[in-house]
Design a protein. Structure first.
Length: 394
């Protein structure tokens, strides 16, 4: 069922100048497109996305705040880590009212904020609707995910065209996932077939040989490419004054270590995400520095010329902005408690149930095949303490 909730019907103005609110001195139209279900870049299938990178600023080391959508988008909208914003568990959790959201800051400055979402995990706002004038959830409208995602894009464009003045639009696309659509000429004798459910594919991939897993990847990339082409066409309809942030919410595992889907592990298949900015005054280039979901809110406020909360975990990641090194964290409490701390190419993973820590050097070992203990012993000790300090904070 299509749900459209009017959230802001009355604004109480307490500024000395009456109801005249500051607009900032930067961009005044921002679109945030978050996408789930994207396969790791090692599988290819990102040619459309690479073309976007040629037109804007691409961050080649970007990490999700969690391995599933709700904690990740909460970090995007609050600039805080999952343990701070509180939306970390699968059941019953919501974003803390103590965390000011990006739409709340923008609405206070006179912006109109809309959300159109195509993921069933986001049907309930969970406290993320604060600051939005409308919260439109299409995730409960089951059917082909591609149809839901296209409906999100269509509704988002309607909101943009109907809104004058400063506007923030958040679109979330659930992205590709089983059951997959049928590529032209797909052989009927293959183990992996279009239309098979996630549960069925999970059983099949446990029996599959390497060729069978390649078929699974091919089916996923077919739907992924269709989604990216739809987004590309949609972007071509926007005016040149609109700033667009394109960010993955989390990754999607395709048989790595026997897993399929999202929310199962904390490997790079689940945490490595695309992150790019397109639009007015955005330089073209690639940034190697590691960034995370928490950096989006301060960066967009920087581009809008608006101040934000001072206690954010993220920083503005625009070129020329100087910021001291800080660790980046990812956490999940879905099925199994695990936490990660990143320091550029180093990644420490801690099992919340056993306390065991594994250190990976992603620059030398991007597939996380080796756990480093002796060679990077001092780094392991240091990052373990950084992560424990993070976990002990209230």
């Amino acid at each position: 069922m299509r749900v459209l909730l009017p959230l802001l019907s009355l604004a109480i103005c307490l500024l000395p100048s009456g109801c005249q609110k500051p607009q900032g001195d930067g961009v005044t139209r921002i679109v945030l497109v978050t996408m789930g279900g994207l396969a790791h870049s090692r599988h290819g299938g990102r040619e459309v996305m690479e073309s976007w990178g040629q037109k804007g600023l691409r961050f080649s080391r970007a990490s999700a705040a969690s391995n599933w959508v709700a904690p990740s988008v909460a970090s995007l909208l609050t600039g805080r880590n999952p343990r701070a914003h509180g939306l970390i568990n699968l059941e019953g959790a919501s974003c803390s009212s103590k965390c000011t959201t990006l739409p709340e800051v923008l609405a206070e400055a006179g912006w109109t904020c809309h959300a159109v979402l195509g993921d069933s995990f986001l049907t309930e706002p969970r406290g993320l609707d604060r600051g939005f004038e409308t919260w439109e959830s299409l995730g409960a409208e089951r059917g082909p995910d591609s149809a839901v995602d296209q409906a999100v894009l269509d509704s988002g464009l309607d909101h943009l065209r109907a809104t004058s003045g400063p506007c923030f639009l958040w679109l979330h696309l659930a992205g590709p996932r089983p059951p997959y659509s049928a590529p032209d000429g797909w052989p009927a004798d293959r183990l992996m077939q279009p239309g098979q459910s996630l549960t069925h594919l999970l059983k099949l991939q446990s029996q599959a040989d390497p060729a069978g897993r390649e078929d699974l990847i091919a089916l996923h990339l077919h739907d992924q490419n269709s989604l990216l082409e739809s987004v590309d066409q949609w972007l071509g309809l926007l005016d040149k004054e609109t700033l667009v942030a394109l960010v993955g919410s989390s990754g999607f595992e395709l048989g790595e270590q026997g897993r399929l889907g999202s929310g199962t592990s904390m490997g790079e298949e689940a945490l490595a995400i695309p992150f790019m900015l397109l639009g007015p005054d955005i330089p073209v280039g690639q940034v190697q520095r590691r960034v995370g979901h928490v950096d989006l809110m301060p960066t967009l406020l920087d581009l809008a010329g608006l101040p934000g909360p001072r206690d954010l975990a993220g920083v503005s990641i625009l070129p020329g902005r100087s910021a001291a090194w800080r660790p980046l964290f990812s956490s999940t409490r879905r099925a199994h408690s695990r936490d990660v701390v990143y320091e550029e190419g180093l990644k420490l993973l801690r099992d919340g149930e056993t306390g065991d820590c594994s250190l990976y050097d992603l620059d030398r070992d991007p597939d996380e095949l080796m756990k480093h203990g002796t060679r990077l012993g001092s780094d392991r000790t240091r990052l373990r303490q950084v992560l424990l300090d993070h976990l002990e904070r209230p």
